[in-house]
Design a protein around this ligand. Structure first.
Ligand code: SAM
Length: 423
């Protein structure tokens, strides 16, 4: 791989005697990692089910494992949301939780789904991504992982600041950066790198951090991370922030270099806001429809065997969502996902949404358990056979839901979303 000359000179100056070790790290294959989704299964239980061998545990994430080259991403257990594939050092930053959590730069969703696992369903997690196309991928990933207590929005940091001043008690800024730690995984990052790009990224990060400050309540934690080594974007950025925002204290700062630890490279700083205020946000305006609710409860009792508790909102177009307790009004941002999407009520019938299957957990009353080969057929959109009587069912690989199906005369009509189907 060709590394930019100016980058090498900067690293040599920074690392001194350690530079040859750093350079040697580029001759090793990229580190790969898997994080078990503890919203669905414990790490030990998953280790026993894993389609391929797991390597050592990642020291800074109790549910993360090093993995090899195997195709973990094509296994049905991945579609069931039992794990997320994530570069090991990227798991460094999202070890925290709060009651009102914002992940400001969240796509594709590695750290958001990690935060969600640490929150264990309590509190509220707003996952935001300014780029709408990337926000859609973020939304799919939070759906696959069965996150119930969140919302996915697509807005600029400035826009969100207008909606949520001094509201959150935990904000993660996993900032867009010059990506020096991504050179092995994304050779384009190396081709596009330049000292000017570093400065441009630093300026953008500064304004994102200022917005994050405006949204953080007193006592709250601000976590800032990048996957780059550039001082201007890392230690220098935080030094500059602290000089401009004396109400913060730096709680910890870590930099992961690939020649020192098993990961491609990351920087992470944790800051606490000592002074400031807290402004409650307006609660999410729930629109109740008793007809729609009754239709959903009927479906839930018959198919899932349980009725989820909580407020249900029904939009004018009939889409229904289970709203997490404490959810603020995010209607000023472009909202892609709210709590659990339950399904659609057309005035006569309720039709379940894929997200409901992904969030409902194992053990639905009407579930069809498939082996791996049949599950792969279901995930391709094919019909599979069943003994289950006619009606909706949750289609599972083993006990883990993959989506809905409708049983008709011994076959399951496939309701796995077309956009997610494997080819
Ligand atoms: N946290 C993500 C994860 O763990 O999967 C990765 C985030 S990535 C490092 C940074 C994100 O910031 C990108 O998705 C990018 O689209 C977004 N971004 C780019 N410009 C931005 C801006 N001006 N304000 C906020 N986010 C921005």
């Amino acid at each position: 791989m060709e590394l930019p000359q100016a980058f090498l000179s900067r690293m040599k100056e920074r690392l001194g005697n350690a530079f040859p070790d750093f350079l040697r790290s580029y001759s090793y294959p990229p580190c790969r990692g898997l994080r078990v989704n503890t919203l669905k299964i414990s790490a030990d239980e998953f280790a026993a089910l894993s389609p391929y061998p797991l390597g050592e545990r990642i020291p800074w994430e109790r549910d993360g494992f090093y993995i090899g080259e195997e195709k973990f991403g094509s296994d049905p257990l991945h579609s069931a949301g039992l794990y997320y594939l994530q570069e090991p050092s990227a798991m460094l930053a999202a070890a925290g939780k709060g009651e009102r959590v914002l992940d400001l730069c969240a796509a594709p969703g590695g750290k958001t789904t990690q935060l969600a696992a640490h929150m264990k369903g309590s509190g509220v997690l707003i996952s935001n991504e300014v780029d709408f196309a990337r926000a859609k991928i973020l939304s799919q990933n939070t759906e696959r992982m069965g996150v119930r207590n969140g919302a996915v929005t697509s807005a600029s940091p400035e826009r969100l600041l207008g909606l949520f001043p001094a509201f959150f008690d935990y904000i993660l800024v996993d900032a867009p950066c010059s990506g020096e730690g991504m050179f092995k995984k994304e050779p384009n990052a190396a081709a596009e790198w330049s000292p000017e790009k570093v400065l441009g990224c630093a300026a953008r990060q500064r304004s994102i951090l200022d917005c994050a400050d405006g949204m953080l309540a007193v006592g709250g934690t601000l976590v800032y991370s990048t996957c780059t080594f550039a001082e201007e974007e890392d230690e220098g950025q935080i030094e500059n922030f602290l000089a401009r925002h004396p109400r913060y204290v730096l709680e910890s700062e870590e930099k992961l270099y690939p020649h020192e630890r098993r990961g491609e490279g990351h920087y992470c700083a944790r800051l606490v806001k000592r002074e400031g205020e807290f402004c409650p946000a307006r609660p999410y305006p729930v629109r109740r429809s008793s007809h729609a609710n009754d239709a959903f409860y009927g479906f839930a009792e018959e198919t899932l065997g349980t009725i989820p508790t909580g407020e249900i909102t029904t939009l004018p177009d009939g889409r229904m969502y289970l709203v997490p307790a404490g959810m603020p009004d995010c209607s000023g941002a472009r909202l892609l996902r709210l709590g659990v999407e339950l399904g659609e009520w057309d005035g006569k019938r309720f039709k379940p949404a894929h997200a409901l299957a992904m969030a409902c957990g194992a053990g639905a009353k009407r579930s069809v358990r498939l082996g791996r080969a049949e599950a792969e057929r279901y995930l391709r959109g094919e019909m599979v056979g069943t003994d289950e009587g006619d009606g909706w069912c949750v289609v599972c690989v083993g006990e883990f839901p993959l989506g809905f199906g409708k049983c008709v005369d011994g076959t399951i009509k496939n309701h796995y979303p077309k956009g997610l189907r494997n080819r």
